[in-house]
Design a protein around this ligand. Structure first.
Ligand code: ATP
Length: 787
């Protein structure tokens, strides 16, 4: 049990005397208040008469109380607290002969009159015996401070080594103090402890003066050190406590005690150290004071952690209740009441033994390993191990994971938990690497898209003629990136270079290749399969799906071939819309060209007619003008015809120009739709391609959930560049410039002638020459918007 008071507890004990000054000292019934009255006719008029009565409220007043009752009131709880880890200090203070030693040590000749120290020793060992679940270690030391010198009262005990440099108060790291060199004596029972107490008592400096024939000439501190460990919990936690039992030397008036010589010198030293103690108490009691002068004296320094620290502190103020000592009584009570103001914060001294803690943990680990070994044996996991994997073991797992992912290993052998973790780690690494690779591939594809001519079989080598024939492949209308048959044949003969073939042979992908020389798309395959009685469309579709999933881990086919397949299958509808929109666009552009030519021709005719009319007028001017009645010049017939023709031409010019503007707006709209179709087609293709050939299913799931990489997102300009063929680019540029400058027409005409000539030279002699102007003008289909 701890004495958890928040201030120092102070008791007043009055030495019994037959001449007790009843008229001066009054105890109130509450047992805590004591009133002191000063005689007005006092010979020593040092007390202010206005303060002739003074009341002191203490924790208890002990008057005519037995040693046992004093112990129970003052010390019992403090000793119990010490056994539970709270430091405790019990200190007797008072004038010489007031009964401090009697209170602290008692009368050695009488068991009943034994004091606090022997009773505390008795209680400690009695409690230790009863607390079976704890093992206690008790030590004892006995320190004397005589004339500002620290002395070990137990240095005479056998086996005690004297400290060469003497004793010194040292401050500990945790804030406490200890006396370096002071002997600590282990005690196992009450007898051993009492023997040491009496040994120390024998060594105390005792003097004799008028007031006390056995006056203590020094301050003495007997300390009982306790350390307890739980026997049942066997943990590293343990508690310690110090119980200081302090018998202070008594203050004395030299005149009263009649001390001389050595005794006088001792008395002066005692008074001085008590004065320092008082100053320290004053500082501790004053919360505003930051500095407490503990180091002023050996006494205050050594009591540093006993005065107002984490300690249960008790003061017994011994007073001599005779009228002759009323002043000393007042001084003692003032000191006591100041002491009572000191706040304390008792706290258990709990520690963790690092060695025990480590051993405990090691034992726990060992125990767990044994438990696991038993578990493993029971579940036939004999090779299970819980040690950290070596580098070679990690390397082996890495290889197994690789082979597993490639398909050359059916299962990864795992026998313990660490291997499981390592396998997951390796899978994670592999996924990260694949993601990285995929990013690189996507960026490569995009850079490829910026250079359409670098795609094998691109339109550069397939352009068969200018205008309507440019980009038309194998009679299927406009196409982009379709390999020629000859090119495909070359690819097929070089399977190492053509990953598509290998991949599709393995995968049974959308397009099948039979003998390496012929390619048939999945639509054809489906048609053929329809003829086979053992297969149906559904089976084919599911086979394609599973093969596509399987293909994720294989090399993906070249994009240009995949794109062709896509346009014929999943993207066929989009591709149809694109083709039709492009046809409309081309037709509209051709119409713009016709209108532009017409406008320019009309413009030239207007210019010509204007010039002729000007010449005629100039001639007439030179010959003399005919002026009509209205004063206007009279025109001849030719001039009238010319003026009328000029009017018609200007009207036609306005009409044609209006048509041209309208048709240009149509071209812009068509161009927009074609661009949209193209982006949509390519975007869907990229998604399809990524999902079919690049991404593992797990990654796709992540991406579907909102990952950072989205397959199929092709920048608009790249999409346009990829799909736009040479003719389209030329048309787009020409159209753009047409709008900028009509005079550029000559340039374009010359360019068109060059393109035609080259195309004509490349054509076989027997090839029919395609006419840039269709025999039957295409009827404008309705524009097909894509949504
Ligand atoms: N409560 C008491 N009951 C009986 N005798 C007492 C009591 N108090 C003190 N005495 C006696 O008074 C005498 C002086 O007491 P004690 O030596 O304890 O005084 P002290 O305060 O220690 O003096 P000093 O400071 O000089 O050492 C002793 O003989 C002691 O037995």
């Amino acid at each position: 049990m701890a004495d958890n008071g928040s201030e120092v507890r102070v008791f007043v004990r009055i030495r019994p005397t037959a001449r007790f000054a009843q008229e001066l000292i009054e105890y109130l019934p509450d047992g805590e208040t004591i009133n002191i009255r000063q005689r007005r006719d006092s010979k020593r008029d040092v007390v202010n008469n206005q303060l002739s009565s003074r009341s002191f409220r203490m924790s208890g007043v002990l008057h005519d109380v037995s040693q046992e009752d004093v112990y129970n009131t003052v010390a019992h709880n403090v000793v119990l607290g010490a056994l539970e880890g709270y430091n405790g200090t019990i200190m007797c203070f008072g004038q010489t002969g007031a009964g401090k030693t009697y209170t602290m040590t008692g009368a050695t000749e009488s068991y009943r009159q034994r004091g606090l120290i022997p009773r505390a020793i008795q209680q400690v060992f009695s409690e230790v015996e009863n607390r079976y679940s704890y093992s206690f270690t008790i030590h004892l030391s006995y320190l004397e401070i005589y004339n500002e010198t620290l002395l070990d009262l137990l240095s005479s005990v056998r086996g005690t080594r004297a400290e060469p440099g003497g004793l010194a108060v040292v401050e500990e790291a945790r804030g406490g103090v200890s006396v370096k060199g002071l002997s600590l004596h282990p005690v196992h029972n009450e007898d051993e402890a009492l023997n040491l107490l009496f040994e120390g008592e024998m060594n105390r400096v005792i003097g004799s003066h008028a007031m006390n024939k056995n006056s203590s000439r020094s301050h003495c501190i007997l300390t009982i050190y306790m350390e307890s460990h739980s026997r049942t919990l066997s943990d590293a936690r343990y508690i310690t406590a110090k119980l200081n039992l302090v018998d202070l030397a008594g203050s004395e008036r030299l005149g009263k005690t009649g001390s001389e010589g050595k005794e006088q010198k001792e008395a002066m030293s005692i008074n001085r150290s008590l004065s320092f103690l008082e100053q320290t108490i004053l500082a501790l009691a004053d919360r505003r004071r930051e500095h407490v002068p503990f180091r002023q004296s050996k006494l205050t320094h050594s009591l540093r952690d006993s005065l107002g620290g984490n300690c249960n502190t008790i003061l017994v103020a011994n007073i001599y209740g005779e009228a002759a000592h009323i002043e000393e009584t007042l001084t003692t009570l003032r000191f006591a009441s100041r002491m009572k103001c000191i706040k304390t914060e008792p706290a258990v001294n709990e520690h963790i033994d690092p060695v025990v803690q480590m051993k405990k943990l090691q034992k726990e680990v060992q125990q767990l390993k044994q438990d696991l070994a038993i578990q493993n044996n029971m579940s036939n996991r004999i090779s299970a191990s819980y040690e950290t994997l070596s580098e070679s073991q990690v390397g082996e797992i890495q290889e197994q994971v690789q082979r597993f992912m490639e398909g050359s290993l059916e299962e990864i052998s795992i026998v313990n938990n660490r291997q499981v973790k390592e396998v997951f780690k390796q899978f994670k690494l592999s996924v990260q690497q694949q993601e990285q690779k995929m990013r690189e591939e996507l960026s490569q594809n995009n850079s490829l898209a910026e250079k359409p001519e670098s795609i094998p079989g691109s339109i550069v080598g397939k352009s068969r003629g200018p205008m309507g024939t440019v980009g038309e492949v194998e009679g299927r209308g406009f196409g982009v990136g379709v390999a020629t048959l000859s090119q495909r044949h070359i690819d097929a003969q070089n399977p190492g270079k053509n990953k598509t073939k290998k991949a599709k042979e393995n995968q049974g992908g959308p397009v099948k290749q039979t003998d390496g020389a012929h390619r048939m798309n999945s639509a054809q395959a489906a048609r053929e399969n329809m003829n086979a009685p053992s297969q149906d469309q559904q089976a084919l579709a599911s086979s394609q799906l599973s093969s596509r999933a399987q293909s994720v881990m294989e090399s993906p086919p070249p994009k240009e071939e995949a794109f062709e397949d896509f346009k014929e299958e999943q993207g066929s509808e989009l591709n149809r819309i694109l083709r039709e929109n492009k046809a409309v666009l081309l037709e509209r552009r051709a119409h713009v060209q016709e209108l532009t030519s017409s406008v320019n021709a009309t413009k030239r005719k207007i210019d010509q007619a204007t010039a002729t009319l000007r010449q005629s007028q100039e001639l007439r001017d030179s010959q003399g003008q005919f002026v009509g009645l209205d004063g206007n010049p009279v025109l001849d017939e030719a001039e009238v015809t010319l003026v009328l023709k000029l009017g018609d031409l200007k009207a036609q010019y306005r009409q044609d120009y209006q048509d041209l503007s309208g048709t240009r707006a149509e071209v812009s709209y068509c161009q927009h739709l074609v661009d949209q179709c193209r982006i949509r087609l390519l975007t869907e293709f990229e998604s399809w391609y990524s999902e079919s050939f690049l991404l593992p299913e797990e990654v796709q799931e992540v991406l579907r959930a909102g990952g950072t990489i989205r397959p199929g997102l092709v920048p608009v300009e790249k999409a346009l560049a990829l799909e736009e063929d040479e003719k389209e680019r030329f048309e787009r540029m020409r159209y753009k410039l047409l709008g900028e400058s009509p005079s550029a027409i000559s340039f374009y005409k010359a360019h068109i002638r060059t393109v035609k000539r080259r195309s004509s030279n490349r054509s076989h002699a027997g090839s029919s020459r395609r006419n840039s102007t269709p025999a039957n003008p295409v009827k404008l289909p309705s524009i097909l918007p894509v949504t």
